[in-house]
Design a protein around this ligand. Structure first.
Ligand SMILES: CCCCCCC/C=C/C(=O)SCCNC(=O)CCNC(=O)[C@H](O)C(C)(C)COP(=O)(O)OP(=O)(O)OC[C@H]1O[C@@H](n2cnc3c(N)ncnc32)[C@H](O)[C@@H]1OP(=O)(O)O
Length: 303
């Protein structure tokens, strides 16, 4: 990652940023291009759009990976690179995550990266999921999730990593760690992230049953912090970030680290073992069969 960023910084100096990902799923390189004008810094990378407003230091990252913002290896790589760039950028003071797709914040991890792929691919994919989580959960700057649609599993995890969650008050949208419904198991660091937010009993119920909570239920159990009409999700996130920015930054940052570091350190100490465990679990015939059935059910729902 450091090498990629150094190379990116060099290229950006000449006005255009092009990053080539060796981990691209289809072996195709993808490009990120950044344009700065007036007070805004816009990234027009393909799956994650970044708009940094230099007048207030607020960056909005919009997921734009149709049809459902699933987190593929490419998406995760691009997301983590953008997040790291913003963390290093002194003009950025906080980041809002939201979706450019209608009705969906994120459908979670891309099942196609885990279904019928090689153990090597599964390993690279899981490392990208870990790296995304490590970066976002341990992020030094303020992060707010502006949840403007459905947010199952990995989508919920991403929102849980943020410092504050604002969700659209719409009965069509739900959020939760529903992994058991797919016949898979949320790993310990997904569990810890939920546990740190909603407590032990709710986490136990939530994980065993794979519950997806409607917006009002999510508010009630503390899975999200605030509900607002859909049209106000982003503006409320910007306002809220302003309030957080009024707190002395170093004190807030140390407090965040004090709360989260033990959870982050647990994964750091077990990163390789966790990848091995994931690969051996996900490539089992019985698990592949469950994923296949889940995918078929998703398609059947449409028919
Ligand atoms: C030690 C082992 C550890 C294992 C841990 C693994 C942790 C896993 C975490 C995850 O995140 S797994 C993914 C969980 N996600 C879901 O269960 C969401 C599934 N999707 C939906 O519920 C719905 O698609 C939606 C998000 C509510 C949107 O509904 P909508 O009706 O608008 O669209 P669909 O017609 O359902 O979908 C369109 C299209 O997209 C495909 N798709 C949906 N979700 C995914 C996904 N997560 N990955 C890949 N593809 C997905 C869906 O199949 C449709 O495809 P087509 O039929 O158009 O080909």
């Amino acid at each position: 990652m450091a090498t990629v960023l150094r190379r990116a910084a060099r290229l950006e100096f000449s006005g255009v940023l092009s990053l080539f990902s060796a981990s691209c799923r289809h072996g195709r390189p993808y490009a990120l291009s950044h344009v700065a004008f007036n007070d805004r810094h816009l990234s027009t990378s393909s799956k994650v759009k970044v708009d940094l407003d230099n007048s207030n230091g607020i960056a909005v990252m919009k997921f734009d990976n149709p049809p459902v913002n699933s987190m593929s290896l490419d998406f995760l790589t691009e997301f983590s690179i953008n997040l790291e760039k913003l963390e290093l950028d002194k003009s950025c003071r906080g980041v809002i995550l939201t979706s450019a797709q209608p009705r969906i914040f994120s459908a979670g991890l891309d099942i196609m990266d885990m279904y019928g792929t090689s153990p090597e691919h599964c390993g690279a994919f899981w490392k990208a999921v870990q790296d995304m989580w490590l970066k976002l959960y341990g992020y030094s700057k303020i992060t707010i999730a502006a949840i403007n649609g459905a947010s199952p599993a990995g989508g919920c995890l991403m929102a849980l990593c943020c410092d504050y969650r604002i969700m659209a008050d719409d009965p069509r949208y739900s959020i939760g760690l529903n992994e058991t419904q797919l016949g898979i198991v949320a790993p310990f660091w997904f569990k810890d992230t939920l546990l740190n937010t909603v407590g032990h009993r709710t986490t136990e119920l939530s994980l065993q049953m794979g519950i997806m909570y409607h917006a009002h239920e999510a508010l009630k159990i503390g899975l999200v912090d605030q509900l607002v009409p859909e049209g106000k999700v982003l503006s409320t996130a910007v306002e809220t970030l302003g309030t957080w920015l009024a707190v002395p930054g170093h004190a807030r940052e140390i407090s965040k680290s004090m709360m989260r570091k033990p959870t982050v350190d647990k994964l750091l100490a077990n990163k390789e073992a966790d990848i091995k465990n994931f690969v051996s679990f996900i490539t089992k015939d019985s698990i592949q069969k469950s994923l296949g059935m889940y995918l078929a059910a998703l398609k059947k729902k449409k028919a």
